[in-house]
Design a protein. Sequence first.
Length: 132
Amino acid sequence: MHTGGEKEDGTYEGGKVNYTGQFFFDDEIAQQIFTLEPYSQHSGSCTTLDNDMVYDGGGAASGLLTLKAVKTGNPARGYRGSLTLGIDPDAENTGAGSGGGGEGGTPPSGEPPADAPTDSASASASASASAS
């Protein structure tokens, strides 16, 4: 999320990054979605939540979305959910994805770098999700 900028020539310019994050789908829903076009053409494997190096198992507070099928048994009809995301507009996220090519991501070893920010140092925003 960016605040303090303005739209110029069809793009958002200036301001600061207040929040950068990810949202996650339950494994069962992800598997249903991967049966649909164009996802069924994907030759790779789906990363489960247990094997995801970003998701920490904290449920909605960690970005796990609670979704309900629009039409039960037919994932092609889509999913419905709601999301409540609190952002501190005075905070500035200087972590990965904050512009300027930060040093984001988990190294191939699977271990975070020794100087990686902790949640308390880098997160001024909180997220929770619930089904509508």
